[in-house]
Structures are given as structure tokens and as C-alpha cells.
Design a protein around this ligand. Structure first.
Ligand code: ADP
Ligand SMILES: O=C(O)[C@@H](O)C(=O)COP(=O)(O)O
Length: 419
């Protein structure tokens, strides 16, 4: 193995598995750590998953700094700050402050930002982020329970958060190729938003920015990097890690309220048995029924526990309980149910939602994950060091039959979405 070369800090756990999957597509071994590891690095591509998307900015900065110090200590020469392809971060959010802190740590005078992920419908044009055909602030992200996005301009969003200047290298320059894009980047300082509409644009951006000590953005921007660095010889060719999923039953836990997860939960409920968690009931100490319900389920049968709800019902719960208490109640409940399930030998768990995945993974005491096959773009099965196979699904990712597809993939069966 070569020394660590690339080190990423992801602001949530689904984001970290997404990034690890995209790097692994390049055929390189990727190590994914939950939190800052105690041991040393083992390979050229190291990813650290943090849960810092929605915590106070000064705490996010402190955690990201610690992770960066560990990565640099392992010899990492390129740092990547991975945030959401829908830029989940309001004007008071953490993307800018963490990027500023990492730049200071590295003595970098410029960094680039691009959350585009064309395979999942995220595109950046003239500095504005689109989800499918809608500007970010008109997309379902305007109703996100924790990070409602009310502006599509990445330049404005970053300028509100960051201390340094924010500039843009726009689409016509990117279509001019890697040299033109690199020249444009080198003429600017501070935070530089980069446009990308298709994967070919991201290839150009990767070539133009692969020399920078810090790159910020979504996982798709990192996808072309391993091939570039293997080609130039800075990292050795390496095989993907082995993946062998345990058997012992299956479970879906959903705390995401995104439009796509709502469809996925609806589709799974057509044949799976489901239990709906209600934050108001949880506030009155009502998890016992759900635990008892789960305990009597056949582990091999299709089962889902979900708090997933329509925006109106989320808003009602938040009004009564407060945004963070409502979120924490659901996250804690799903984390407890995950612990119960693993205690009963359930070996395959799909978790929907980034914050939710963070809570579940932490409760299960997971320290590292091995990356397995991708169920949908950006969502791989992962093998936890503590035993179970986990698929941590970003709220917005996957098709309507994602949950059934996830289990079918491990069983070698036909994917529902393929029929
Ligand atoms: N019915 C509900 N009412 C209020 N908050 C909820 C409800 N269901 C889930 N939540 C919270 O909403 C948040 C969803 O965020 P997350 O898990 O990151 O999903 P996503 O990946 O869609 O962003 C979590 O904190 C979760 O606990
Ligand atoms: O970049 C993305 O969209 C994902 O990797 C991601 O960060 C997911 O976050 P959640 O939607 O909160 O799961």
C-alpha cells in the first residue's frame, strides 16, 4: 500500500458513503472511518465521516480541524471537504466556516466548490444549483426539516457564510477545457464556485483542480480524481476491498422526509409490514410499542419502521416540539430500534436519511465501514466493523423501489427497478 494521499472529511454519514462509493468506482481501495480514527491510515484514499452538517458552526469547525490534522499526519496531500449535492446549509450553516478553517490549516489561498452530481440530477449553471429541472429553492429542498434551502445561488449562500471572497468560474469557461478553467481558477482567490452540468464537465474540473490542496463539493467531483492520480503515478493501482454481507434478516429504518424517501416508503409498504413513529408520541415516552412490535417480527420478513412524513405533519411536530427536539426524538428512536435489531441478529439494515444514518451508525458503535456494491448512484452497501451490513441512503437518492432493490442486490435477485 502507498501512503495516504487523498483525505476527505464528510459532513454527514450518507455523504461519506456516497463519496467512498464514487472513489471506489475508480478501482481504488477506500477506507471509511466513523469519526477521527485512533489508529493510522492503511491506504491512499481515506474518508472520515463526521456528523457536523447542522451543529453550531464553531463545533463543526473544531471537529473538521481535528479530522484534518489526523489526515495530514497520515501524509495526506489533497484534502476534500464533502458536503451535500443539494448544499444543505442555510446562510448560518457550516460549509463556508469549515472551508475557511481548512484553508487556514493548509495555508491555501484558494479553494473550489462544486456540488454538481449529474447522475442524480444536481447541476450547477452560472453559479446556481439545480435539482432536476428546478432551482434549489423551488425544489423539495425548500421544505427540508433541518436545512430548508431558500436560495439557489451558491455564490450568495457561500458569501453569507464564509470570511473570504467568493468568485465564479462559469460554464462557458468550463466548456473551454481544463487549461482555460485552471487559468481562471488561478486568477481568483478565496472560494471559487465552479459550474458543471454533465459528467464531462466534472472531468474538466477535476483536471483543472487536482493540484489544489483543498477541494470542496459533492462526491461526483471526486469521482474522476483516482484515475487522474493513478495515470500520473502519484497513487498506485489498487484493488477494491472484499465485501461479504452477513445474512440473518433485514430491516429498513427511515427518518428522512424527502420527497423521494416518501415515495420509497410508500412503495415498500405495498408488500412490507410497517410501523410509523410519531414524534409527538415519542415525546411522551412512546417507544415501547415500536420495540415490542419489532421484536415479534420475523427477521426474514420485509419490515420497515419510519418517521417519514409529509411537510405539513413535520411542520406541526416542529411547532410543538421545536426543530431539533423533534429531529433528535426520531433519530434516538430509530437508533434504539437499530440496536435492538442487531441484538436479535438482523444483519442487513437500510437506513434512510443522513442525520438518521449518523444516529444509527453511532448507536451501533461502528468505527469503520468497508464499501461494497452500489445499489443506486451514491448509495453503496457497506460492511460495518461491528458486523452488520448497512446501506446509508441519502434522503434524495435512489429510485422508488430502492429498499426492495437493496436487499435483492445482496440476494442476487432481480432488481424491482429493472423490471
Ligand atoms: N415526522 C417527523 N417530524 C419531524 N422531524 C422528523 C420527522 N421524521 C424525521 N424527522 C427528522 O428530520 C430529519 C431528517 O434529516 P435526515 O435524516 O438527514 O434526512 P435527509 O437525508 O432526507 O436529509 C432528521 O433529524 C429526522 O429525525
Ligand atoms: O451529496 C449528497 O447528496 C449526499 O452524499 C449527501 O450528502 C446526503 O445527505 P442527506 O440527503 O442528508 O442524506
Amino acid at each position: 500500500m502507498s501512503d495516504a494521499f487523498f483525505g476527505a472529511i464528510a459532513d454527514d454519514f450518507t455523504g461519506a458513503t456516497d463519496l467512498a462509493a464514487m472513489l471506489a468506482r475508480g478501482g481504488v481501495p477506500v477506507r471509511l472511518h466513523i469519526g477521527v480514527p485512533e489508529g493510522g491510515a492503511a491506504g491512499p484514499f481515506e474518508v472520515i465521516a463526521l456528523k457536523i452538517r447542522t451543529i453550531p458552526a464553531e463545533d463543526a469547525v473544531a471537529e473538521a480541524r481535528l479530522a484534518a490534522k489526523w489526515l495530514r499526519h497520515q501524509g495526506v496531500r489533497r484534502l476534500f471537504w464533502k458536503y451535500c449535492s443539494t448544499f444543505d446549509s442555510t446562510p448560518r450553516g457550516n460549509i463556508g466556516p469549515v472551508a475557511d478553517a481548512l484553508m487556514a490549516e493548509l495555508g491555501a489561498e484558494r479553494t473550489v466548490h462544486c456540488p454538481a452530481f449529474p447522475e442524480n440530477g444536481r447541476r450547477v449553471f452560472m453559479g446556481n444549483l439545480f435539482v432536476g429541472e428546478q432551482p434549489l429553492d423551488e425544489s423539495p429542498m425548500k421544505d427540508h426539516p433541518l436545512t430548508p434551502m431558500r436560495d439557489a445561488s451558491l455564490v450568495r449562500l457561500l458569501a453569507a457564510q464564509a470570511q473570504r471572497d467568493v468568485g465564479l468560474v462559469a460554464f462557458p469557461t468550463v466548456r473551454g477545457g481544463a487549461d482555460a478553467t485552471r487559468d481562471a481558477i488561478e486568477r481568483l482567490r478565496g472560494h471559487i464556485v465552479l459550474d458543471a452540468v454533465e459528467d464531462a464537465d466534472l472531468d474538466v474540473l477535476a483536471q483543472a483542480a487536482s493540484h489544489l490542496p483543498l477541494i470542496c463539493g459533492g462526491s461526483a467531483l471526486a469521482a474522476p480524481l483516482p484515475a487522474l492520480w493513478m495515470e500520473s503515478g502519484v497513487v498506485a493501482q489498487g484493488g477494491a476491498s472484499a465485501f461479504d454481507a452477513p445474512s440473518g434478516g433485514r430491516l429498513v429504518l427511515s427518518g428522512s422526509c424527502s420527497e423521494m424517501t416518501r415515495r420509497q416508503v410508500g412503495a415498500y409498504l405495498d408488500h412490507a409490514a410497517g410501523y410509523r413513529l410519531d414524534p409527538m408520541e415519542l415525546a411522551q415516552g412512546g417507544l415501547a410499542d415500536a420495540r415490542a412490535w419489532l421484536a415479534q417480527r420475523d427477521p426474514q420478513a420485509d419490515t420497515i419502521v419510519y418517521a417519514t412524513a409529509e411537510p405539513k405533519s413535520v411542520a406541526a411536530a416542529q411547532e410543538k416540539l421545536g426543530v431539533s427536539r423533534a429531529g433528535a426524538l426520531v433519530e434516538d428512536a430509530l437508533a434504539t430500534l437499530a440496536t435492538d435489531a442487531v441484538g436479535r441478529g438482523i444483519g442487513r439494515i437500510v437506513v434512510a436519511g443522513g442525520e438518521t444514518s449518523g444516529a444509527v451508525t453511532r448507536a451501533l458503535g461502528v468505527r469503520s465501514l468497508t464499501i461494497g456494491p452500489e445499489i443506486a448512484p451514491g448509495v453503496p452497501w457497506c460492511l460495518a466493523d461491528t458486523g452488520p451490513a448497512l446501506a446509508l441512503k441519502s434522503g434524495n437518492f435512489g429510485g422508488p423501489d430502492f429498499f426492495a432493490d437493496a436487499f435483492a442486490l445482496l440476494e442476487g435477485g432481480a432488481l424491482a427497478s429493472a423490471s
